[in-house]
Design a protein around this ligand. Sequence first.
Ligand code: ZN
Length: 139
Amino acid sequence: MKHFRKELWFNISSRRALINITDQVDNCLKESGIQEGLCLINAMHITASVFINDDEPGLHKDFDDWLEGIAPHEPLSRYRHNLTGEDNGDAHLKRQIMGREVVVAVTGGKLDFGPWEQIFYGEFDGWRRKRVLVKIVGE
Ligand code: ZN
């Protein structure tokens, strides 16, 4: 069995953003040479997510509005976590609901997606360097 590991780095210059990382993951798959197997993609930080959905700007704004409705960034005093001196209590909750990772089947050397599926990095506490892990196993 072959295995491949790579870290993708991000430095988002805003608090929140959704980034389509499908091409970067696809490049990892090409680099791995794996034809049949599984590809895991996970955020390596507890205030960021990796998820699969449609690459449609209206939907992305809907996600942001929905998450701000559930867990608004302010007031900071809303979150006990912020008593630690941090200001990212909302980002931990947003990450939890949007998920840590996705797994995509690899078939014939390609990411085996359903219709319109794309992979996104969800940043909820940006302005610093953060990573996503890509691990591919198979043959
Ligand atoms: Zn925190």
